[in-house]
Design a protein around this ligand. Structure first.
Ligand code: DP6
Length: 331
C-alpha cells in the first residue's frame, strides 16, 4: 500500500482556455502558488491478478473519470496489476478550491511509486495534466509556471515556497459544487466569448508583472496584476453564451472589503477568484489576522482557511493525520 499527498494550488495568472485539439494543454502560460495544507491524499494498493480496479473518491468526487485516469496511469507507467485506489481531500470538493488539481497530483505521485522505473517529475506532471490541467502545477511546490506546448519542461518552478512566505486566506462563500465545471466553462468561453482573443493578449502582460513580482517579492506589483488577471478571466467568461457567472453575493462582498481594507485602512491585501464563488486573498503575514477578522464577519462567508506557499507532493508510509481516522487500515 502506498500513500501520497499533494497540495492544491491557486492561479495568480489563470489557465482559462485550452490549445485546440490537445488534452488539457493550455492556450496560454499560467502561474500558480502551491498551497500548504490544502491537500488531497491518494492511496494505491494492488488487487489480486484478474480482479477489476476499485476506485473511490471521497467524499463524492467524479469517480468515473478517476477510473479512466487510473487506466491511463497504469498503461503509461507500466503497472501491470489491478489496483485499489482511494482519493480524498481535506477541503470542499468541486467548489472552486482546486480539489481536482491536488487529487490528480497526489494520485499521479502514488501511481509513480508503483512504476518499475521511477518516473521523472516531468512525466508525472504530464500524467497529472491528463486528469485536470491545473494538476500539473501541483506537482511542484512554491511558485510554479506552466507553459503551452510539449510536456518536457512545460511545468517549472519560479521560486520555492520559502522564497516568499505570503499569506493566502481562502474565503469559502459556498460549499456547494460549482455551477459549471471549469472544463465546460473554458470550452464555452473559447467557443462563444467575443472577448477570448483579447484575454489571450492581456494574459501576456499580466505574466510579465507576476513573474517580476515573484522574483522581487513585491506584493505591490503582484497584487494588482493578480486582481486584474482574475477580473479579466471572469469578464471573458461573462461574455460567453450562455454567460458564466461564478460569483455569489458574498464573493462580491469579499472583493469590496479587500478594496476597502486597502483604500481606507492602508492594508495591502489582494484577491483572486477561480471558477467558483470562493475568494483567495493574498497579504503579508503581519496583516493576516486583521484581514481574516474583517473578512470572516462578512455576510455569506462560511469559512476561512489560512494557507501559504507549500511544497511538492510527498509519498507517506500511511495516511496523513487528517485522513487517518477513516483510512488507517484501508477501506
Ligand atoms: C479557473 O484545471 O480544473 O482554476 O484542465 O479542464 O481539468 P481542466 O480544468 P482545470 O481548470 C482550472 C481553471 C482555473 C484557473 C487555473 O487554475 O489556472
Amino acid at each position: 500500500m502506498r500513500w501520497a499527498v499533494a497540495n492544491a494550488n491557486v492561479a495568480l495568472v489563470k489557465y482559462w482556455g485550452k490549445a485546440p485539439g490537445c488534452e488539457h494543454r493550455p492556450a496560454t502560460t499560467s502561474v500558480s502558488v502551491t498551497l500548504e495544507n490544502l491537500a488531497s491524499a491518494a492511496r494505491v494498493e494492488y488487487r489480486p491478478p484478474g480482479a477489476a480496479d476499485r476506485v473511490a473518491w471521497e467524499p463524492a468526487g467524479p469517480t468515473q473519470e478517476l477510473g479512466r485516469f487510473v487506466e491511463l496511469g497504469r498503461s503509461r507507467l507500466g503497472i501491470d496489476r489491478p489496483l485499489d485506489v482511494l482519493v480524498t481531500s481535506n477541503f470542499p470538493v468541486a467548489a472552486g478550491l482546486a480539489s481536482s488539481a491536488s487529487a490528480y497530483a497526489a494520485l499521479s505521485t502514488a501511481l509513480g511509486s508503483l512504476a518499475p522505473e521511477p518516473p521523472r517529475t516531468d512525466r508525472l506532471a504530464a500524467l497529472a495534466r491528463r486528469g485536470s490541467g491545473s494538476a500539473c502545477r501541483s506537482m511542484l511546490g512554491g511558485f510554479v509556471q506552466w507553459r503551452p506546448g510539449d510536456d518536457a519542461g512545460a511545468v517549472t518552478q519560479l521560486a520555492p515556497a520559502e522564497h516568499w512566505p505570503l499569506q493566502v486566506l481562502v474565503v469559502v462563500t459556498s460549499t456547494l459544487p460549482k455551477r459549471v465545471p471549469s472544463r465546460e466553462g473554458m470550452h464555452r468561453t473559447r467557443a462563444t466569448s467575443p472577448f477570448f482573443d483579447a484575454w489571450l493578449i492581456a494574459t501576456e502582460q499580466d505574466l510579465t508583472a507576476v513573474r517580476e513580482a515573484v522574483a522581487s517579492r513585491d506584493l505591490h506589483l503582484l497584487g494588482p496584476a493578480v486582481e486584474r488577471n482574475a477580473l479579466r478571466m471572469h469578464a471573458t467568461a461573462l461574455g460567453a453564451d450562455p454567460p458564466l457567472l461564478y460569483w455569489e453575493a458574498a464573493t462580491v462582498a469579499v472583493i469590496r472589503e479587500v478594496w476597502r481594507l486597502r483604500e481606507e485602512d492602508g492594508v495591502p491585501a489582494f484577491f483572486t477568484v477561480d471558477a467558483g464563488p470562493q475568494v483567495k486573498v493574498l497579504c503579508e503575514p503581519v496583516d493576516a489576522d486583521r484581514v481574516a477578522l474583517a473578512l470572516a464577519s462578512l455576510p455569506g462567508v462560511r469559512r476561512l482557511l489560512r494557507s501559504r506557499p507549500g511544497g511538492a507532493p510527498r509519498l507517506l508510509p500511511g495516511p496523513p493525520a487528517w485522513a487517518a481516522p477513516r483510512h488507517a487500515h484501508g477501506s
